[in-house]
Write a protein that binds this ligand. Structure first.
Ligand code: ZN
Length: 367
């Protein structure tokens, strides 16, 4: 099957020509005749999404996952980490057992192991997390949660009591650790990255500020070439200048995340994020006290927003595809090249999603 596109983003470079798909894989790229328009890119990978299209992953059932996965595919996402906000251990364990029962199998975007955003976070930077649900670093609780279902990624505040030891423990277990919701000073962030933490969670949001003699978590993360920087580029969470600074400082380490909540794709109104009530107005999702509570961002829009801040097409697409795949150590994701699984999004000239294929099967065909 030919996609009929004019070009494709192949291993980070734009290549003119059509793309052929066979048996669920990319068979060939750079083919002529090329289509008149359309760009084939690797499917997007979202490492932080709490919910989508009316579904909150903390309480979703299998049908909910299927609905969200299908709606995410319409935004070009072909794989995502359901992200669980800090919640009582039994609630989190229940959500993880639902995820385990899916066994990877829903139509639509591929469901990856969960991202636990908490509960081992700083009460000083809880953001939209209910402070009552936060816990000191606790290996036993972490082990219980990991036993309840598939967990691949944990956001931890390294400076809380036992935090560094927990980071080290989770890294040794093969989990990906990101630092966030944290009051870490620079030295605590450095210590955690030296112990194998790999990323920063939504840089600049919910963390100690970068000061002249204390770079804090954001300054350390930006300065280290071994750290992936995740950011919510929805034109709400970060000022344009901040995004441009992140772009300049990351060079291949920027990972776009949506941090979307169930309201994403539904419009204004009252929604939930875990046990918190959220009001959505336009692009903003907030608690009653005004605290930002996730986003209503979609990944295709994040890519366009990043280009609006000066990123090249290659840089913007990398931040939604190959870089999150590298962060997750998943060479099977985020690449479009001969032999790769055909997780592909076809974008029009305005970078709107026209088609989404997962393992070569069309799961979304736009108008
Ligand atoms: Zn957060």
């Amino acid at each position: 099957m030919r996609l009929g596109v004019a070009a494709a983003m192949v291993e980070g470079s734009l290549l003119a020509g059509d793309v052929a798909i066979e048996d669920g894989h990319v068979q060939a790229v750079g083919l002529s005749p090329a289509g008149r328009s359309g760009l084939a890119a690797p499917g997007f990978v979202d490492v932080q999404v709490n919910g989508f299209a009316g579904v909150d992953f903390l309480v979703a059932d299998a049908a909910g996952y299927a609905r969200a996965a299908e709606a995410l595919a319409r935004t070009g996402v072909t794989a995502f980490q359901p992200t669980l906000i800090s919640s009582p251990p039994e609630v989190c364990a229940e959500a993880l057992s639902t995820l385990a029962a899916l066994d990877g199998g829903v139509d639509g975007a591929q469901v990856l192991p969960a991202h636990l955003e908490g509960p081992f976070l700083s009460p000083l930077h809880h953001g939209a997390h209910n402070p009552a649900n936060l816990r000191p670093a606790d290996r036993e609780l972490a082990a219980q949660l990991c036993a309840a279902g598939p967990v691949g990624y944990v956001t931890v505040a390294p400076e809380i009591e036992g935090g560094l030891a927990l980071v080290e423990h989770l890294v040794q277990r093969g989990l990906i650790v990101s630092l966030g919701h944290s009051d870490a000073r620079g030295d605590a962030a450095i210590a955690a990255y030296n112990r194998g933490a790999r990323a920063v969670t939504h840089i600049f949001n919910a963390m100690r500020r970068w000061a002249p003699r204390d770079p804090g978590l954001p300054g350390v993360a930006l300065s280290r070439p071994d750290v992936f920087v995740t950011a919510i580029v929805d034109n709400v969470h970060l000022a344009a200048e901040t995004v441009r600074l992140i772009l300049a400082g990351t060079r291949g380490r920027l990972v776009l995340i949506t941090d979307a909540i169930e309201a994403a794709g539904l419009g204004d109104g009252s929604y939930h994020l875990g046990d918190r009530s959220v009001q959505v107005h336009g692009l903003e999702a907030r608690l009653a006290d005004g605290t930002l509570a996730g986003s209503v961002l979609a990944m295709d829009r994040a890519v366009r927003n990043l280009m609006g801040h000066g990123a090249s097409l290659e840089t913007a697409l990398d931040a939604a595809t190959r870089t999150p795949a590298r962060l997750l150590r998943r060479p099977d994701l985020g690449e479009l090249r001969p032999g790769a699984r055909a997780d592909v999004v076809v974008l029009d000239d305005g970078l709107a999603v026209r088609r989404t294929l997962i393992a070569g099967r069309e799961v979304h065909a736009g108008r």
